[in-house]
Design a protein around this ligand. Structure first.
Ligand code: TGC
Ligand code: FAD
Length: 390
């Protein structure tokens, strides 16, 4: 297949600034030259290319919208385009970057003390330090408010007990942002450093999705956390949920990248593959699939562009993000499945990127709030009625 040709049916390019286009192209070229040549071997081995992390830092990917502390202070559309291009490579690559930026640097920046910011943000911006975000537990995924992990105040600090599951970057992280209930029953955020006695990690194996990404369990057993490692600026479930707004925003853009990769590959394949003496792209049913893909991708591109502009204007609401996350991941997953179908048997081997994207998108559909949870968030917003439970 030829190099990726870009997917822009509606000249959305014209709606971007020169700087936004330049940032997108920088990441696009890097993914093409440095990441795509190695992704299949990492996907097969179930490893993440940690050696590429410093380069991501050098390009300004980590915490790209934050101001100061070595971060670029980009606008949200530029950040979204970065996420799109990383996920055109692999959802695991975008995951690493969105956890670092949206789920670790963002809470430290927004809720941390000046000392915490100085300690972590510059080193995380360069990729010298890596972070992870521990919210989900074995018994509490969609309902994180029911978490069992406890941070008990004792002496000059806290004692942490509990387990977090399905944590991206878990075992490679230098610091974990861990959410736990304090003595008053309210949720607080804690910075737990690698090597703290009582803190251990275990990687999850046997994944058929997000193979080129580290996913771990974090265990805390009488783990002592100094007072100064508590995030002082937030209390309650809105702390972790506000971080999720940032990461879900990146996913809404990233999913477009995965869909673009699948569509472009399937189109090129269909133009070259001959059956019944003709390119399969000449058959009406194949064209219908390709047209469905490009139509949904174009709608998704417009959705995230406006989402980004709203975010830059300070008019974005979390429910807007829920609509874009669930819609864009759904159309990306459907695009990947259709693209896989267009390749026939060839679609099931990793010589082509489609099956890898398709499997990854099953995770993307689930994490950061499942498709159905986001449906219920929008449903609650428009009806005023809560349909989450009893
Ligand atoms: P609810 O009563 O709705 O809200 C509790 C408090 O939080 C506030 N709030 C938000 N604040 C900021 N942003 C949001 N998106 C917010 N949503 C709610 C709300 O105003 C309230 O504040 P206050 O001041 O009144 O206390 O809470 P609920 O218990 O009914 O739960 C609502 C629900 C189901 C929507 C929420 O729990 C949810 O979003 N569940 C999904 C869980 C989830 O997304 N987990 C993700 C884990 S992290 C992850 O997957 C990382 S993957 C990383 C990668 O590799 O890319
Ligand atoms: P459940 O909550 O058990 O949901 C199971 C099913 O029930 C879903 O279909 C769901 O939609 C449905 N359901 C649940 N409640 C309702 C309801 N009220 N109404 C209707 N349907 C409902 N978490 C982190 O904290 N940090 C991370 O870095 C992280 N990384 C991840 C990486 C990977 C690869 C994966 C797979 C997950 C990751 N997660 C992470 C966890 C992720 O956020 C959760 O898996 C997700 O929130 C769903 O929780 P659950 O898996 O427990 O599913």
């Amino acid at each position: 297949m030829e190099k990726f040709r870009g997917v822009d049916y509606y000249r959305i390019e014209d709606l971007l600034s020169e700087e936004e286009r330049m940032i997108r192209d920088t990441i696009r070229d890097w993914v093409e030259a440095e990441f795509l040549p190695v992704v299949t071997e990492h996907h097969r081995a179930g490893t993440f290319p940690v050696n590429l992390i410093p380069k991501l830092g050098e390009m300004g990917v980590f915490g790209a919208t934050l101001k100061g502390y070595g971060c670029l202070g980009l606008n949200n559309v530029a950040y979204g385009l970065i996420m799109q291009e990383l996920e055109r490579g692999d959802s695991g690559l975008r995951s690493c970057a969105s956890v670092q930026s949206g789920l670790v640097m963002y809470p430290i920046y927004s809720y941390g003390s000046e000392a915490q910011k100085q300690r972590w943000l510059p080193a995380m911006a360069t990729g010298e330090k890596i972070g992870c975000f521990g919210l989900t537990e074995p018994d509490h995924g969609s309902d994180p408010g029911g978490m069992k992990t406890r941070a008990t105040r004792r002496g000059d600090g806290y004692v942490l007990n509990g387990t977090k599951l399905w944590i991206t970057n878990g075992s490679i992280a230098d610091v974990a942002v861990v959410w736990a209930k304090e003595d008053d029953g309210e949720i607080g955020g804690f910075l737990v450093e690698k090597g703290t006695p009582g803190f251990s990690t275990l990687d999850i194996h046997g994944k058929f999705s997000m193979r080129a990404s580290i996913t771990s369990e974090l265990a805390f057993q009488d783990c002592k956390i100094p007072l100064e490692n508590r995030l002082p600026g937030v209390k309650g479930l809105k702390g972790p949920l506000s971080c999720l707004n940032q990461a879900r925003y990146g996913i809404a853009w990233g999913a477009v990248g995965a869909a673009m990769a699948c569509y472009d590959w399937a189109l090129q394949y269909a133009q070259q593959r001959i059956q019944f003496g003709k390119p399969i792209a000449s058959f009406q049913l194949v064209q219908q699939k390709l047209v469905w893909m490009i139509t949904e991708i174009t709608k998704a591109q417009l959705l995230v562009l406006q989402l980004g502009r709203l975010k830059d204007q300070g008019k974005l609401r979390p429910q807007h993000v829920s609509m874009a996350k669930s819609n864009n991941v759904q159309i990306a997953l459907d695009t990947a499945r259709l693209a896989r179908d267009v390749l026939g048997a060839a679609g099931i081997v990793d010589e082509h990127p489609i099956i890898r994207h398709m499997l990854n998108l099953e995770t993307v559909n689930t994490y950061e709030g499942t498709h159905d949870i986001h449906t219920l968030i929008v449903g609650r917003d428009i009806t005023g009625l809560d349909a989450f439970g009893i």
